[in-house]
Design a binder for this molecule. Structure first.
Ligand code: MTE
Ligand code: LUZ
Ligand code: MOS
Length: 761
């Protein structure tokens, strides 16, 4: 089963925001954003810009009819700066002009007077100064403090992990069109149509029922459009409201990189205690999350860092504390993994630290501590663990000992080229950690020609969710998938949607679609029963477009039956609702059962480091991954490969760099490098985990969007192994990404130290 979008993608026929036909009279927007990271906004001078060719209107905070506020979780994020600027790239004013070029030209003519205030870019500095988004959060299991006292080995250290630019191919953007009664129709490149609808309602003071948000598909979101599509839609909406003309804004790449938030950088202090059998008996960790200048999604991201702070390991005594630190950077946001990867990087660092000091291999400690059935996560949920199964099946298939021995042998033979190998287990919880978000709806129509139209709350962003939705309907109706069309995500058809996020879109919307289709099918069975002389609807079933009675085929086909139902005035439409059962979390005690299930897997990552130049190649990623039972192996393998490569990029070459003034220096594709076809692993091999366990996934097909990204963490530790193999005196600090520059400095860290001390070497 191919991704249904593949043909129209290749032909360039798929419709993205920029393909929406523009109406006559459309204006184009361009934002003037703050050149200063923190300061008092003394004045905004738009006089020159107003006179520029094609300019129709310039909008600042004071023009807004509604509230100047787009903060979804905390009201701390003005749409347009008012009185103060909090980060470089913060929108201050918006130019509306007849053409895009004119809007951009005029924006350059805006002048501001900003009285500088102290700029903080570092999370630890923010925490020390009391600049927090909200009070810290904590998870506790057992008694870590006491457990350290009796631990055989205790190690303490620090780990740092940088952010990541989403670099969706399609940049952020929106198109707002005025409709009747001062309403607005918004086309938005968003993962959260309802979030956009709410933000637009707030800044325009319109009721939500006058705002229609429509999403065709995204050229990638990766979390970057879970919340941060709101600003651009809100700006277009305000422009359309004030000018009564349609307004379009699609950001240029450098605007997008400069003005939008990214994955959160974290710094952490850890303390790990082991017994004589290498069992981790205690773990204490403090996270400093760099939230940027506003909350955005930082708090739920921080929570997921806590949820995944022990990754796939069972540790009986845990104390994890997390600070969301307010800095003068663009507000950081959701990014595939949602804080989980950062939490996992820190426990992996702690384990690597212990392994270094104890002279054992890191995977020995990893393996001995894998979580098992019945073990408790620090947040109270009891594991139904596939950690050990995925580890063993991966080992049987890929032979860890052999791969490690080969690398060791190679390293003996080669002085300046070294290989490194690392194992990376992953455990990721599926469900929004905020329980009420785990709901979805689906609207299914069967038309009288027998074709089927499906609308759900899921947004297609390349992950193939539309294909999966079509498969659900086709499977329940037993029709060819070509008879089903999945339509745009639209707030008039599906209201109050959760964003397409948390890897849960296929499960939540798929289950709603399943319910809607089953309901229609039940009605059809009741219509069919007398027609095929069945005793009851229960004796009727469907296969390949025909009605079956007690398992035997009849002449009654789908088309005739559908029309018969319509003649009998039986509804051929259904709007169904699904809410994940059995989940919940009590923040007052930080315990509960937040996840419908976990996804597990184990990867082995191999790299080769050129120890003269510091450059490396990623040789292979081999993983045993828990799909449950995949409903679309093409799509799911694509998700795994994409997730792995994105994780590798985060851990190796992608380096976001803000200077001390809070200016983004890695602000273009010339200075920010993501994996290309030459840098991806030569080999990615995925083995589906064999398991018969039931789960809450749609058709038992487990969520696949985010978990594979975390296999990428293995690359960091594989490179580290190679660096140590070159010179065992080099003990690299835990500081991701491991860029070639950092590798080089680490390979020669002793030399660098001597040079710094003024010695000749
Ligand atoms: N795959 C593609 N091609 N493009 C994307 O933007 N986003 C990822 C993942 N895979 C993304 C992707 C993220 S962050 C999430 S949460 C999931 O897809 C969301 O989709 P799902 O819930 O349908 O898995
Ligand atoms: N978004 C969100 C997410 O709002 N809550 C979550 O728990 C989550 N998890 C992963 C990715 N996005
Ligand atoms: Mo994904 S970070 O949940 O959009």
């Amino acid at each position: 089963m191919k991704n249904l979008d593949s043909k129209s993608h290749v032909r360039g026929e798929s419709v993205y925001l920029d393909d929406v036909t523009l109406l006559q009279g459309t204006l184009f927007a361009c934002v003037y954003d703050s050149p200063i990271a923190h300061g008092k906004l003394k004045s905004v001078d738009i006089s020159e810009a107003e006179k520029a060719a094609g300019v129709v209107r310039i909008i600042t905070a004071k023009d807004l009819i509604g509230e100047n506020q787009i903060g979804g979780i905390l009201p701390d994020e003005p749409l347009l700066a008012d009185g103060e600027v909090h980060f470089c790239g913060m929108p201050v004013a918006m130019v509306l002009a007849e053409t895009e070029e004119q809007a951009h030209r005029a924006a350059k003519l805006i002048k501001t007077e900003i009285e500088p205030l102290e700029i903080i870019t570092d999370a630890r500095e923010a925490q020390a100064k009391g600049e927090l988004i909200s009070p810290p959060k904590q998870f506790k299991l057992g008694d870590a403090e006491n457990a350290f006292k009796t631990s055989e080995h205790v190690f303490e250290g620090r780990a740092d992990v940088n952010g990541q630019e989403h670099l969706y191919i399609e940049t952020q953007g929106a198109y707002a069109v005025p409709i009747e009664q001062n309403g607005l129709k918004i086309y938005s490149s968003t993962q959260g149509p309802t979030a956009v609808q709410r933000a637009v309602a707030r800044v325009t003071a319109l009721p939500m029922n006058l705002i229609e948000v429509d999403v065709t598909r995204l050229g990638g979101g990766f979390g970057g459009k879970e919340d941060q599509a709101n600003a651009w839609a809100a700006l277009c909406a305000v422009g359309a409201q004030l000018t009564k003309r349609p307004v379009k804004y699609a950001l240029h790449r450098m605007e997008d990189m400069r003005m939008t938030g990214k994955r959160h950088p974290y710094s952490a202090d850890y303390k790990i205690g082991l017994d004589k059998d290498l069992r981790i008996v205690a773990y204490e960790v403090t996270f400093y999350q760099n939230a940027g200048a506003a909350c955005d999604l930082s708090l739920p991201v921080l929570e997921r860092t806590l949820f995944h702070s022990t990754n796939s390991y069972f540790i009986p005594n845990v104390s994890a504390l997390a600070y969301s630190c307010k800095t003068n950077l663009p507000p950081n946001t959701a990014f595939r993994g949602f804080g989980g990867p950062q939490g996992m990087f820190v426990i992996e660092s702690a384990i690597a630290h212990a392994a270094d000091k104890l002279g054992v291999s890191k995977d020995e400690i990893q393996r001995r501590n894998l979580i098992r059935d019945g073990d408790e996560f620090p947040y109270g949920q009891i594991a139904e663990s596939e950690a050990f199964a995925s580890w063993t099946q991966a080992d049987e298939k890929f032979d860890f000992a052999k791969l490690k021995a080969e690398a060791g042998e190679f390293n003996k033979q080669n002085k300046f080229i070294k290989k490194g190998v690392a194992l990376q287990p992953v455990c990721f919880g599926i469900s929004f950690t905020k329980t009420p978000m785990n709901q979805a709806r689906s609207l299914v129509h069967v038309y009288t020609d027998g074709s089927v139209a499906v609308s759900t709350g899921a947004v297609e962003m390349g992950q193939g969710v539309n294909t999966k939705m079509a498969q659900v309907a086709a499977r329940i109706f037993s029709l060819p998938v070509e008879r089903v069309k999945v339509h745009t995500t639209n707030t008039l058809r599906i209201a109050n949607t959760s964003p397409t996020a948390a890897s849960a879109a296929a499960d939540l919307n798929g289950k709603a679609t399943e319910i809607a289709c089953e309901t229609i099918l039940q009605r059809l069975k009741e219509v069919a029963a007398p027609l095929v002389e069945a005793e009851s609807a229960g004796d009727v079933s469907f296969k390949d477009g025909f009605v079956f009675r007690n398992g035997e085929s009849t002449n009654l086909d789908w088309l005739v039956l559908v029309n018969e139902a319509h003649m009998q005035r039986v509804s051929l439409s259904e709007h169904a609702h699904y809410a994940t059962p059995g989940i919940g979390f009590d923040w007052s005690i930080a315990k509960g059962h937040p996840f419908a299930y976990h996804v597990y897997g184990t990867a082995i990552v191999g790299v080769t480091v050129d120890c003269l130049r510091g450059i490396y190649t990623l040789d292979y990623v081999k993983a045993c991954h828990d799909f449950g039972s995949s409903m679309n192996t093409d799509v799911d393998f694509g998700q795994i490969e994409g997730g792995i490569v994105q994780g590798l990029g985060w851990m190796t070459m992608e380096e976001i760099f803000y200077d001390s003034q809070g200016k983004l220096r890695s602000n273009a594709l010339s200075t920010y490098k993501i994996p290309d076809i030459y840098s991806v692993p030569k080999e990615i091999e995925i083995l589906p985990l064999e398991t018969m366990r039931e789960n809450l996934a749609i058709f038992n097909s487990k969520a696949v969007g985010e978990p594979p990204l975390m296999y990428g963490i293995g690359a960091y530790f594989a490179i580290r192994e190679a660096v140590k193999a070159f010179n065992p005196e080099n003990i690299p600090a835990f500081d991701a990404p491991f860029t070639p520059e950092k590798v080089l400095l680490n390979l020669y860290s002793e030399t660098v130290k001597k040079m710094k001390a003024g010695n000749t070497v």
